[in-house]
Ligand binder design. Structure first.
Ligand code: CUA
Length: 323
């Protein structure tokens, strides 16, 4: 657990932390100003016009000036909030090139993370300082939400659909990780820590224990579940060859197309009847229930390793991280 159990203000430990605080500060200031103004006027008028007091209670003349002011000032203020908030939201939704991609699987009631080297951890996440990190997240069961207050980032983790979250850690330390979506009995125990390390320290850490690379684990599963009996490399099997398909446009039965991205690959493994490749029959069994999301992520990593032209979805390797 992080050492500081209570803090009035969370650490500012990511590239978004200050921007989010600034926007929230503005919202708080505007809200406080109008709350005080309106409260004062309500109380003031209540006293001024109280029963029995001899004051002029007739309505004054209509004032166009007042009307324009009370419409335009709130309009300008909410437009500032909208544009500012939208710009920040867009920035937070757009990861840069060359991110370090880490897979996160939410499960009742734990967080599992796997690094590009294959190293896995539970209820903790280690990330290098100053490196843009992209989490690709999916849930094994219900909706969870990945929340790191010190980074000012939060993203729902959904069953069957990948979501992503990116940030750049800016301060070495250990920070709280929470599940921020009620997900059952032990939701409150679905907590952990995020540790920001120096990049060299992270490079050493991530290779500790000689982890099995995801692509190697994926190849093992590919053989174990006999995927290779139909998906032969030379395309002579009952299923299409999967070499080089990652990132490519796939023609589907019925005339539509789909890009072979992570979501497509994941669905094609666990729920293959959702999208049938043109020219093939729906004969592949669904592996939902037999393979976990972690297993399917490993197989996706293996399929990516078969592709000679890596798509933009591909995880960066450790060589990219430390050129
Ligand atoms: Cu997972 Cu709440």
């Amino acid at each position: 657990m992080p050492e500081k159990s209570f803090q009035f203000w969370p650490d500012l430990a990511s590239n978004f932390a200050f921007d989010v605080d600034l926007l929230y500060g503005f919202l708080l200031l505007v809200t406080a100003f109008f709350s005080v103004l309106i409260c004062t006027m309500v109380i003031g008028f209540a006293l001024y016009y109280r029963r029995g007091r001899k004051v002029n209670r007739k309505l004054g003349h209509h004032s166009n000036f007042t009307e324009v002011i009370w419409a335009s000032v709130p309009f300008v203020l909410v437009m500032i909030m909208f544009v500012w908030g939208a710009a920040l939201f867009y920035k937070m939704q757009t990861p840069p090139e060359n991110t370090l991609d880490i897979e996160v699987v939410g499960k009742q009631w734990m967080w599992k993370a796997q690094h590009p080297s294959g190293r896995q951890e539970i209820n903790s996440l280690h990330v290098p300082l100053g490196q843009a990190v992209r989490l690709r997240m999916i849930s094994e069961d219900v909706i969870h939400s990945f929340y790191v207050p010190a980074f000012r980032v939060k993203q729902d983790v959904l069953p069957a659909y990948f979501t992503q979250l990116w940030f750049e850690p800016t301060k070495v330390g250990k920070y709280h990780l929470f599940c921020a979506e009620y997900c059952g009995n032990e939701h409150s125990m679905m907590i952990g820590s995020v540790t920001v390390m120096d990049p060299e320290e992270y490079s050493r850490w991530v290779e500790e224990g000689t982890p099995e690379a995801p692509a190697v684990a994926g190849e093992r599963l590919f053989t174990q579940f006999q995927c290779d009996s139909c998906h032969r490399g030379d395309g002579t099997g009952n299923g299409p060859s999967l070499a080089g398909i990652v990132g490519k446009m796939r023609p589907l039965k019925g005339g539509s197309t789909a890009v072979a991205n992570d979501q497509y690959l994941r669905d094609s493994i666990l729920n293959p009847h959702k999208q049938i490749l043109a020219g093939y029959d729906a004969m592949m069994p669904a592996f939902q229930g037999q393979l976990t999301e972690s297993d399917s992520l490993a197989i996706i990593a293996y399929l990516k390793s078969l592709s000679h032209s890596p798509g933009p979805e591909n995880a960066v390797s450790m060589q990219d991280l430390n050129p």
